[in-house]
Design a protein around this ligand. Sequence first.
Ligand SMILES: Nc1nc2c(c(=O)[nH]1)N[C@H]1C(S)=C(S)[C@@H](COP(=O)(O)O)O[C@H]1N2
Ligand SMILES: [Mo]
Length: 510
Amino acid sequence: MTDTITRYVPDQLTRSDLLFALLSGLVGVAGSYAVAGYTRQFVVAPIDALVVRATPGPVVAFMIENVGEQGHLLHIALSFAIAVGVLAGTATVGLLVARRTERPVAGVLFAGLLAWGIVAAITLEPLLALGGGLPVALFTAVGAAPAATPGHDPSRRRALVSGASALGFVAVAAGFGRLVSGGSGSAAESGGEDGEVDEEVATLMTEAEDNSLDIEGDVPGLVSTFEEFYNVDIAEFDPDLSAEDWSLTFTGEVGEEREINFEDLHEMPTERRFVTLRCVGEDLNGHKLDTAVWTGTPIEPLLEEVDPGGECGCAMVRAEDDYFVQFPVEALEDGFLAWGMNGQSLPQSHGYPVRVLIPGHWGETNVKWLSEIELLEEEMDGYWEERGWHGTGPVNTVAKLWSDTTLENGNMELAGHAYAGTRGIERVEVSTNGGNTWTDAELSEPLPGEDVWRQWRHEFEPDESHDVVVRAIDGEGALQPQEESGSFPSGASGWVSKTVNPMDSMGESA
Ligand SMILES: Nc1nc2c(c(=O)[nH]1)N[C@H]1C(S)=C(S)[C@@H](COP(=O)(O)O)O[C@H]1N2
Ligand SMILES: [Mo]
């Protein structure tokens, strides 16, 4: 007979403590997701931004060229792991405090406060940070609760039950978080949902449809839909801005600093323009090339008002996601501040509420979530240039071979788009014999605007297999260079080629 039941409180961390710490980290991240959704207020978001910024340039370039879109998955997985690790760390410290002071409550409070503080500090959302802090405190409490009897260690059963409830919590939190981010009515959903397309845009969209060639194969039209339009972001989490709070400042070497808001912008003369964007990082025959009808206002009058100075005649354009790119004021003067896309407000992923469009230059100059235009004294590297890219200049000329299809009449149809920035496209030539002879392809009528792609199509009677090559001639009469290079650092070059066979009629282009 024992007279008293002494409580068994180890003062070292046990293996099950570490398990509880890990569970705490998991539920902390899940809790943060439950209240914030997949937004910038989610604890993983700022960590991901840091990871992205800390990744060395050559690694980023390698990922873009070789891993492509899946590269995002890698850094987001790493960021998740870091978030779980950090919150598990706070629980570990809490459990240590509980053991050492023999006061579980102190440990739990410590862990909860620390977790809340860290989430609040990195997301700058003290209230939403409770979503991360409370679950950590809860699971630390379960882990810190003293076992009832010596010798009989119930931690295993407790761990099992807690593990199961943690999983349950994560699942519920995930469902809830999806509701929050899906139903927040944030800018993410504003594109395409805020009503009527104005008449001028509608006319342009109709013109684009009328000009589109009759292509049997799977080739996008002359205007890309929101779903089709490619996306390149430095961060996984887009800034979630409101038009009312948005402003643009002109700073640095200016005669007069100036700040304009969304209303000011709308009072400027409004224009609608077709503009094509192409990413310097895309493969030669890749699909990071798209066109929209944009609504906005020219930058030049605004620039004139601030009276830009500075030795280099160059500007750093900055954005709310800490993106920055530097290029000549001369290019900026031709630019456009856009708040509309295909007749809707900009979707969040394309820069809501305001983005820059620079005609004829690589995609990276088209700054989304614009915040500041700084006139510089001397040239500085932008975000991508720091990572070795040369992507601020004019685009390379390219003719894409996006489809080869055997038609019902037995003929073969080749089709795609061609783009040369502000030089324009004058001709697309197709060879079906490996470049021995060339034929002009059918071209879509040019759309209004100085920076718009064209569609091309070519139909021929195939024998067996054909080595198809396509090349464009730009509006200045220059032939698309034949010399091949990868996209890094200054854009892919060469002629797109593919062996096509009428037998495998469903053939897809390389
Ligand atoms: N603020 C910001 N602007 C940005 C980027 C970015 O990551 N952040 N990416 C740039 C790059 S590399 C390209 S190719 C285009 C892509 O624009 P889209 O996502 O609207 O197609 O935006 C450019 N503007
Ligand atoms: Mo890009």
